[in-house]
Structure formats: structure tokens, C-alpha cells
Design a protein around this ligand. Structure first.
Ligand code: OGA
Ligand code: NI
Length: 334
């Protein structure tokens, strides 16, 4: 069994013809490879959704991290939605703007320059298609660049001799986002009754973070294309900075697709598969997707946070916490 992410990718390589994004800047009409039948995403996307976007009138919770009741608010938002917008998160607006500007600079490069950092079939980092691509029969209107630890190797392929500003910025961003992710993870685990003792990996040097730069170019036929098909994130939690172009939507039971409105000062936080399991499904891992726009490019920066790569989760931690709760209640009543 693969014990690290790199080994997992090595054991399940993606071959080159699957991962080279098309040169979107040279495409004038939607190729068949990228045209999604309206029922294909499994969650009923149709053009009517766009008109109806504000239809439900619902929006995801907005939480102020400085609020004295932030833990409860975050806990309730995770239970009800699995996602929320976070304000006063401590990450400077200028840092967010600089990271977005670097993403724009990278994706604006000519295709052949970006391809110098093409993710290898058995690699985890660099430039390429969405990782979820092989699970879908059509291609997405998307390019990505993945960073784990130092981006030097890949960035140096693209900008030989002058990749230092990009690398320093991305390393700084990872450091700051790790601190925020640890804080949020502790709050969420605390809310479901999991002690720090049981989740010692949070804040340890082994915990893992990855930055994913996403680019969704303008698209000639946005209603037939898909930026990122519906998926959940495998992380514990994801913290996303999105540019001003709308596109991100989350799926809410009995409601349907709900847009996540861009807010330059807020970060979008969502529960990943691992936290869903750890919390014994008290927190849903929210299904989300990205639509594309006819005239505007969209950029986003996702930070995925998770335990060390060799972490083994034997059973949901929250179930154990609840069991202890019931047990002590019984003892108390007896
Ligand atoms: C992701 C993701 C959303 C976005 O990278 O997993 O869901 O808005 N991104 O780009
Ligand atoms: Ni995602």
C-alpha cells in the first residue's frame, strides 16, 4: 500500500495525454472534448441554473473569526452547510492580492512555457489538469498549478534564474495558511468533542498542506462547459481565496446549487472528506463545482490541509467522543 501521497501518485500514474491542458487562448469554439451534456455532471446542471442563480436567495454563513462565539458559529456552519465565508482571518489583503497576481502572471504565459513545469504522470506538483479529471468523461475548462512545500523545482523550469519572488511569496502564503488551518481545525474538532490529545497531529510539523492555483479562462460557451466538475475535497479542510469572478457553487440538500459570492476580504472554508469521517459525518463534506464565464477569467487559490501522510484513521474520532459523553452521563445519573 502506498504510504505517501507521492507514492500513491507513482503507483497510479496519469499519462501525459490525459493531463496536458488545451491552449485555451487559441480556442475560439468549444471542442467536443470539453462540451458537457447538461445531465452529465450528475447533479443536474442546466443553463436555467444560471438565470436562477439567486433563486433560493440562500447564501452560505459569513463568520467573523474575532467574534467571541466563533467556535459555535463555525461548528453550526459546518454542521448545516459544511462551508462558510471567514472574515477577519488574519491573512493580509495585500498578500491575497499578490498571490492572485502571481497566479495571473503564471497562467498568462504562453502554453509552451507552462508545459515546462507539466506535472509528470507520477508526480504531485506542477502545471496540469484538475486532479479529478480522470473520473469524468469530459474535460474541464481549467488549468492548475500545484505546490507542496517549496515550489522551486517547478517554478525554476518556468522562470529559470528569476523564480525567487514567486517562490518566496508562495512559501510565505503556505506558512500563513497553515497557521490559520491549524486554528480552524482545532476549533472544529473541539466543537465535536475531540480532545487535542486525540488529534496531536494538528500543528505538528508532519501535517500536510498544498496550494492549488486555479485558472478558469473565459469560455465561448459557458453553459455547455464545466470549470471544475462536482467533487468533494479529500483534505481535512480547504481554505479558498477566490477572485472577483463568480463561479463557485456548493450543493445543499433540498435546495440545490448555491453560489458562493466573491468577497475579496473573505476566505471560503469547506469541510473535506477526512473531517467528514473524523466527525462521524456530523459535518458534511460539501459537494462543490465551478462554472465558467463568457467574458471574465476566474482565478482561485485553494489551500488543502491534512494530517501527516502516514496518518492512519481507524475510526471516526467523534463517535468515540460521543460514546464517552453518553457513558459519563450514565454514570452521573446512576
Ligand atoms: C478546488 C476547488 C474551487 C474554485 O480547487 O478543489 O474546488 O473556486 N476550487 O476554484
Ligand atoms: Ni474543491
Amino acid at each position: 500500500m502506498a504510504s505517501t501521497l507521492s507514492e500513491a501518485y507513482r503507483d497510479h500514474p496519469q499519462y501525459l495525454h490525459h493531463i496536458i491542458p488545451i491552449d485555451f487562448s487559441s480556442v475560439r469554439s468549444l471542442p467536443d472534448s470539453h462540451a458537457w451534456p447538461q445531465t452529465m455532471d450528475g447533479a443536474g446542471r442546466c443553463s436555467a441554473d444560471d438565470d436562477d442563480e439567486e433563486g433560493s436567495g440562500l447564501s452560505i454563513p459569513v463568520i467573523d473569526l474575532m467574534d467571541p462565539n466563533a467556535v459555535e458559529q463555525i461548528g453550526f456552519a459546518c454542521e448545516e452547510w459544511g462551508v462558510f465565508q471567514l472574515k477577519n482571518h488574519g491573512v493580509g489583503l495585500s498578500l491575497l492580492e499578490e498571490v492572485e497576481a502571481e497566479a495571473k502572471r503564471l497562467f498568462a504565459l504562453p502554453a509552451n512555457q507552462k508545459l515546462k513545469a507539466l506535472r509528470s504522470p507520477d508526480g504531485a506538483t506542477g502545471y496540469g489538469r484538475a486532479r479529478i479529471s480522470p473520473f469524468f468523461p469530459k474535460y474541464m475548462w481549467h488549468e492548475g498549478f500545484t505546490i507542496m512545500g517549496s515550489p522551486f523545482h517547478d517554478a525554476n523550469e518556468i522562470w529559470p534564474d528569476h523564480c525567487a519572488p514567486f517562490c518566496e511569496l508562495m512559501e510565505n502564503y503556505q506558512k500563513q495558511l497553515k497557521v490559520l488551518a491549524e486554528k480552524l481545525t482545532r476549533m472544529m474538532l473541539g466543537f465535536v468533542g475531540i480532545s487535542e490529545e486525540e488529534a496531536k497531529w494538528v500543528g505538528s510539523s508532519g501535517s500536510t498542506g498544498a496550494v492549488q492555483l486555479n485558472y478558469y479562462p473565459q469560455c465561448p460557451e459557458p453553459n455547455r462547459a464545466m470549470g471544475l466538475a462536482p467533487h468533494t475535497d479529500t483534505s481535512v479542510l480547504t481554505i479558498l481565496h477566490q477572485s472577483q469572478t463568480k463561479g463557485l457553487q456548493i450543493f445543499k440538500d433540498r435546495v440545490g446549487w448555491v453560489p458562493v459570492h466573491p468577497d475579496p476580504r473573505a476566505l471560503v472554508v469547506n469541510v473535506g472528506d477526512l473531517l467528514h469521517i473524523i466527525s462521524n459525518a456530523r459535518f458534511p463534506c460539501v459537494l462543490h463545482r465551478v462554472t465558467v464565464d463568457r467574458v471574465q477569467h476566474r482565478y482561485s487559490v485553494a489551500y488543502f490541509y491534512g494530517p501527516p501522510l502516514d496518518y492512519v484513521l481507524l475510526s471516526p474520532l467523534a463517535e468515540q467522543a460521543r460514546f464517552r459523553g453518553r457513558h459519563s452521563e450514565r454514570v452521573y445519573r446512576d
